[in-house]
Every structure is written in C-alpha cells, then in structure tokens.
Ligand binder design. Structure first.
Ligand SMILES: Cc1cc2nc3c(=O)[nH]c(=O)nc-3n(C[C@H](O)[C@H](O)[C@H](O)COP(=O)(O)OP(=O)(O)OC[C@H]3O[C@@H](n4cnc5c(N)ncnc54)[C@H](O)[C@@H]3O)c2cc1C
Length: 335
C-alpha cells in the first residue's frame, strides 16, 4: 500500500526532474547513440530505480496509480530515458516475489540502481520459435533469439524468459555483456533509437543455476501478461500530456485525465481497450501539435516531430492481439 505523503513527494521530485533535465535535453537524447548515463543516474539518485520496490529493501514503495503517474510524468519529459528505466521496474517487482536467496542477493542493489536490468520476454511470445533453456547439472544453457531487448549498454543484467524441456517458463538473470555465446545486434529505430534496443542471440550460453529467479507454466505466464502491460499505457499518456501542454489553448488535458482514470480502474481484461485508447490519444495529440505548429514542425530542433515519432512508436510497441484490434477499430472510425 502506497503511503500518500511519500507518493506526493516522489511525484514532485519526478516533475522537477522531468521538466528541468529530461525535457530540456529530450531532442539531444533523441539524436544520441545511447541515453546519457547521467540521466539514468539522476533517476537512481532520487530513488526511482526502486520506485515500487519494498521499503524494507530500500525501495520507495510507490505502487498502483501513484507509480503510474510517475511513469507518465517521466515519459512527458523524455520517452527514451523513461523507456530504458521502465524495463527495470518489472524486474524489481518479479525479484521482490522471488525466493529469499534471490531476493536477498539482488533486490536492494536493484532498488538503489546499483544493478540495472532490462527484460527479455519477446523470446517466448506465441507463434515464434521460442528461446530454449536446458538444465545441465548446476547451470542452464540458453539457445535461441530474443528479437527485442531494450537498454543494452545501460544495463548490467537482463531478466530473460525462456522455455524449458517441459514447455514451462523459466526466468534467468543473465549478465548483459557480449560473449562468444551471446551476441547483441543493434536495432536501428526511427524513434527512441538511443534506447539501445538490440536483438540477442544465445548459442549454448551458460547461466549459473543460482540465477534462476522463478518458474511458471506457460498458461500462468500468459494469464498474467496482459495485466503487466498496464504500465505501458502511462508512456502514451506522458506523450499525450506533453503535446497537450505545448498545444495550449487547445484543451486535451481533460481527455488525458479521463484515460488515466480508466487505466487505473480497468479490470485486467479491460486493459487492452484502455491501452489502445491511450495510444490513439497520443497519436491524435501529436498530430494536433504538428498541425498547430505548422511547417517548422518538421525541423529537427522541434519537439513536435520528436513527439510525432514517439506517438508512432507507441502505436506498435508492447502490443498484443486485443490491443491491436481495438486500435485498428479506433483509428479506422476516425473519431
Ligand atoms: C522498440 C521496441 C523495443 C522493445 N523492447 C523490448 C524489451 O526490452 N523486452 C521485451 O521482452 N520485448 C520488447 N519489445 C517487444 C514488445 O514487448 C512486444 O512483444 C512487441 O511489441 C509485440 O508486438 P509485435 O507486433 O512486434 O508482435 P510480434 O512480435 O510480431 O508477435 C506476433 C503475435 O504475438 C503476440 N505477442 C507478441 N508479444 C507477446 C507476448 N509477450 N505475449 C503474448 N503475445 C504476444 C502479438 O500480439 C502478435 O499477435 C520491444 C518492441 C519494440 C518495438
């Protein structure tokens, strides 16, 4: 349960960081090779690497709608920096639920931002040849590819989901460092390129048995998957809100508030519809900003073109079949 006074304080600090550091340098980061280390350090310095981590492990203990508001505020400052940092948040949650040995080893350094993590789920999405994990005595061997892993160059470990010989999902904390059996190839992106997103290929990559953090059936993982995507909706609201702020006097803030309330209140099965609404709103808000700005909107020093490309990214990133169906419906009807 989030302490309301702590949440208000965290949000105030976050707002200042988002406006005074992230937004000021967002165009520079947009064109950079990689998110500057000092931006991520600034988030760690105010405790945000442990945003939802338990206070007994040095986390801030801010969860639910209050945590979502922090994500949204950061995303309105610089989506690229926020995207790299956000990958770590889900890992902190999972490690917090892990067995005591794993929790004791990793949780506090992760909350302090001394150990920074990315996540690799895309290797087990349905329909693809999955990433395989084979147990060999006291270690695991990984074989296969993960098409998208964000944060390479900014992270120490990556929390990798793979399927074992029984088809179950095993989660392993893998060092995010190149090796003969681990190759990372950069994906070049038209938005958020500085997020350091790579494709990772494992060929018999050895991982110590103690790096196993949890194991579930595939059905259990799928059942929890949609709800875990709620946080991505706050990324879209951050972009929509920033556009709304730059668009004054056009009033989009009321719509942003309404979608935020829906995102907070939606039952898990309703999350896809709200995620689609958030992405559609960001896309429309960016379109309005581009039109209102006029021809100079396409100049490289303009936030309108950056936000437009970020809104495009938010139409496709972290999608799932029901999100895509609803988004296609919203965009096709044009209202
Ligand atoms: C720039 C970028 C960075 C990304 N970074 C990461 C990252 O750091 N870590 C990471 O794990 N993923 C990452 N992803 C992948 C992302 O989480 C989604 O898996 C992906 O965006 C799904 O959309 P797709 O259209 O590419 O689906 P495809 O990969 O083409 O999948 C085909 C089908 O599987 C469904 N599907 C896809 N993923 C899942 C899933 N996880 N569970 C259930 N169904 C699924 C889709 O809805 C679709 O119907 C990234 C994606 C992008 C574009």
């Amino acid at each position: 349960m989030t302490n309301p006074a702590a949440a208000v304080e965290v949000l105030a600090v976050t707002g200042a960081l988002a406006d005074e550091l992230l937004f000021r340098r967002a165009l520079e980061v947009d064109a950079a090779e990689l998110v500057p280390r000092e931006h991520l350090d600034a988030l760690a310095d105010v405790g945000l690497y442990g945003l939802s981590g338990p206070t007994d492990a040095g986390g801030l203990g801010v969860e639910g709608p209050a945590a979502a508001r922090v994500v949204e505020t950061l995303a309105g400052g610089c989506l690229t920096t926020t995207f790299v940092w956000l990958q770590h948040q889900g890992v902190v949650r999972r490690i917090g639920e892990a067995a005591p040995g794993v929790r004791d080893r990793w949780l506090a350094p992760m909350c302090r931002g001394e150990v920074r993590s990315g996540v690799a789920i895309a290797g087990i999405r349905p329909g693809a040849d999955p990433l395989r994990a084979r147990q060999a005595k006291d270690r695991w061997l990984l074989d296969g590819a993960v098409p998208w892993v964000t944060g390479w160059g900014c992270i120490d470990v990556v929390h990798v989901a793979a399927r074992d010989d029984d088809g179950d999902v095993v989660w392993l904390l893998v060092d995010a460092a190149p090796a003969p059996s681990l190759q990372a190839e950069r994906q070049r992106l038209v938005a958020l390129d500085a997020s350091g997103t790579v494709t990772v290929r494992f060929t018999g990559h050895e991982v110590a048995g103690e790096r196993l953090t949890s194991r579930t059936t595939y059905d259990e993982w799928q059942a929890a998957d949609l709800a875990s995507l709620r946080g991505n909706g706050s990324l879209a609201l951050g972009v929509a809100g920033r556009c709304a702020g730059l668009l004054e006097p056009v009033d989009l803030a009321t719509e942003v508030d309404a979608v935020r309330d829906r995102l907070a209140e939606a039952a898990d099965e309703d999350v896809p519809a709200v995620r689609a609404a958030a992405s559609e709103l960001a896309w429309r808000a960016a379109g309005l900003l581009l039109v209102a700005t006029g021809g100079r909107a396409v100049l490289r020093d303009q936030h309108a073109q950056r936000l437009g490309r970020e809104a495009m990214f938010l139409l496709v990133f972290g999608s799932r079949a029901p999100i895509k169906t609803e988004l296609l419906r919203l965009l096709a009807r044009g209202s």
